[in-house]
Design a binder for this molecule. Structure first.
Ligand code: GDP
Length: 326
């Protein structure tokens, strides 16, 4: 029915139509499609992994798409093939998107060595993330050696994207107390580099000041690796300044992490985490759809709300009901 092998071969040959078809299967909610997608991924998995995976985040308006376009064009100019994917958490709430609505990265989207895919839609962040992870593997099998995953600087999506990439880059604006917000949210702990964008003209002194504040703040955070000091860099995506500096930071990071063995180790841990996330998500779904649980859920929840039973006793009742149904 689906010529999985033909699609897999097309993907490996770098055929865009095959890649698009493969991604459609991955994004589909249809059960047959998802079985086909699993078979496809099994076939292509040995061909995946040969890229540097870069996560990029920042608040709306910080300049993510301008930066990714500049970086992407810089990289295709150096002979790389670049895939740009997105994890848009807004799709789960509104069906709309923060990242995808405007015409973005027009020049890059016309570059034959770049592939841009908007965020998949989904009912949960986990679902969106799963599709993006799998699309990333397809892109790698298709010969894209740099994969950029973009997300917005709100909520859990940054943590999710950081858990699927090798290098996580945080874009910030000069001044405006952003540095402190970053520290509060704990996002600085997951960053491998901080980039202060729009650091040109009148903004330059403020950007330099912000950079210094980040450098100071970074010294207070326990480093994720003894082999990497998180840099705070300046750039102006609009004027193409600091783009190569950001890329050099990615390369230096990769070299250091490969030398210490941390590169492979992180990928292995990410794969194991991912497996457990999928198991837990499916278990939760099974639990919530279980008939015994469904029947009890309302009354038990009400009893907890009313203080008539303890949460732990309530959890035990629900779990026992679930086990009975197995
Ligand atoms: P995103 O929402 O994070 O993707 O941000 P965009 O890339 O859409 O940029 C938001 C606005 O900031 C646009 O008007 C850009 O032209 C502008 N912008 C992006 N980078 C720079 C920069 O380096 N300097 C200045 N002055 N403006 C920039």
């Amino acid at each position: 029915m689906f010529k999985i092998h033909d699609i897999a071969e097309g993907v490996q040959k770098g055929q865009l139509r095959a890649l698009a078809k493969a991604i459609t299967l991955i994004e589909s909610r249809n059960v047959d499609h998802s079985l086909a997608a699993t078979a496809l991924l099994d076939e292509l998995l040995p061909r995946s992994g040969n890229s540097i995976r870069i996560g990029i985040s920042g608040v709306p308006g910080v300049g993510k798409s301008t930066f990714i376009e500049a970086l992407g064009l810089h990289l295709t100019g150096l002979g790389h093939r670049v895939a740009v994917l997105a994890v848009d958490p807004s799709s789960q709430l509104t069906g709309g998107s923060i990242l995808g609505d405007k015409t973005r990265m027009e020049l890059l989207s016309r570059d034959p060595n770049a592939f841009i895919r908007p965020s998949p839609s989904g009912s949960t962040l986990g679902g969106v993330a799963r599709k993006t992870r799998e699309t990333m593997l397809l892109c790698e099998a298709g010969g894209y050696d740099v994969v950029i995953v973009e997300t917005v600087g709100v909520g859990q999506s940054e943590i999710t994207v950081a858990s699927m990439v090798d290098f996580f880059m945080l874009l910030q604006l000069p001044g405006a107390g952003d540095e402190l917000q970053g520290i509060k949210k704990g996002v600085m702990e997951i960053a491998d580099a901080i980039l202060i964008n729009k650091a040109e003209g009148d903004n330059r002194p403020r950007a330099e000041l912000a950079r210094q504040q980040y450098v100071n703040a970074l010294h207070l955070i326990k480093p994720k690796s003894a082999n990497w000091q998180v840099p705070a860099l300046l750039c102006s995506a609009l004027h193409g300044q600091g783009i190569d500096g950001a890329w050099q930071a990615v390369l230096a990071f990769r070299t250091a992490m490969m030398a210490s063995g941390e590169f492979e180790k992180k990928r292995r841990l990410q794969a194991a985490d991912w497996m457990w996330t999928l198991v837990m998500d499916d278990l939760k779904e099974l639990f919530l759809r279980d008939r015994n649980v469904e029947a009890l859920l309302g009354p038990v929840q009400e009893a907890v709300d009313a203080g008539l039973t303890t949460p732990s006793a309530a959890a035990r009742r629900l779990l026992n009901a679930f086990k009975r149904g197995m």
